[in-house]
Design a protein around this ligand. Structure first.
Ligand code: PRP
Length: 285
């Protein structure tokens, strides 16, 4: 049985985007009757829907071969597990927050304080590194309520939009690290599954590159082509095609999505017209 077993979050903030990236990789998923396991008819893979916090242990034990999981969970529970790809979604921070009226100047202000958290290992290591001793209270959910009910002076949890902190009158005082969804691999992955994993990684990389890029095309007078090409770094070299109208060409290239707004004004000044920016579905380089 050489099927690659992948764990994804059963429910929660990573679930939808994890399924989405797999679908974009051409993996079609047919749910099994029990819904905890799904078969993949068109790729040698099996999907296991698991609880987020259990996934690191399943990876360590080799019960699953790979997983899409938050880096925050791996840092907390996943020593010995390697990250293969950062997936660029479900971005969040793991932070310490305190009540709005807490006069916070530095981490030293947490000395001797009670801190509620679902991330005891991460927080312990962070405080130790800063030479601070605090009283940690491990809670598995609704951590942000702890200061309001007198359970703790501060909290440590993930912050995404910041709305949970805001609703609970808390302010972020330390960002411990930034986290995102990653593809992680079991240390016990068997040799005969390496080929399948390589194929899957290739597909994921193609999807991630495409998500970051845009295909851009524009018309420009021929005498401006060289200047325009200089501000348009393409995959290799832009494509230039003559237009039916004498003296004009169409320039096509690929740019990083985030760079588009940096170059658009320059392109217009240089005489580019009819600029189109198009999403790319897959990008194989
Ligand atoms: C997480 C975390 C925070 C919240 C932060 O909970 O525990 O409570 O999200 O997100 P925000 O900054 O966008 O408000 P989640 O809803 O993922 O469920 P959990 O309690 O099971 O961790």
């Amino acid at each position: 049985m050489n099927k690659l077993k992948i764990a994804i979050q059963k429910s929660g903030r990573l679930n939808e985007d994890s399924l989405k990236i797999l679908k974009e990789c051409g993996i079609s998923i047919s749910n099994g009757l029990d819904q905890l396991k799904a078969t993949v008819p068109n790729f040698p893979m099996e999907i296991m829907y698991l609880r987020n916090s259990d996934i690191p242990q399943y990876l360590k034990d080799g019960v699953v071969d790979i997983a899409i999981i938050g880096e925050n969970v791996l840092i907390e529970k996943g020593n010995s597990i390697s990250i293969l790809e950062k997936l660029n979604f479900s971005k969040c921070k793991v932070s310490i927050a305190a009540p709005e009226n807490f006069e916070y100047k530095s981490i030293k202000d947490l000395e001797g304080k009670k801190i509620a958290t679902s991330y005891p290992n991460t927080l312990n290591a962070y405080l130790k590194d800063k030479g601070v001793t605090a009283d940690l209270h491990q809670i598995s959910g609704s951590v942000e309520i702890a200061p309001n009910i007198g359970l703790a002076d501060a909290i440590c949890d993930i912050v995404s939009s910041g709305s949970t902190l805001f609703k609970n009158n808390l302010k972020e005082v330390e960002v411990m690290f930034q986290s995102q969804a990653v593809l992680a691999v079991s240390p016990l992955l068997s040799k005969n599954k390496e080929g399948t994993l390589k194929r899957l990684r290739f597909r994921i990389q193609s999807v991630l590159k495409a998500r970051k890029s845009r295909y851009i095309l524009m018309n420009a007078p021929n005498e401006k082509i060289n200047a325009i090409i200089k501000v348009l770094p393409g995959m290799r070299s832009p494509t230039v095609l003559p237009l039916a109208e004498e003296g004009w060409s169409s320039i096509h290239t690929v740019i990083e999505k985030d760079k588009f707004w940096d170059v658009i004004d320059e392109l217009k000044i240089m005489g580019a017209e009819g600029i189109l920016v198009v999403p790319i579905e897959k990008m194989v380089i």
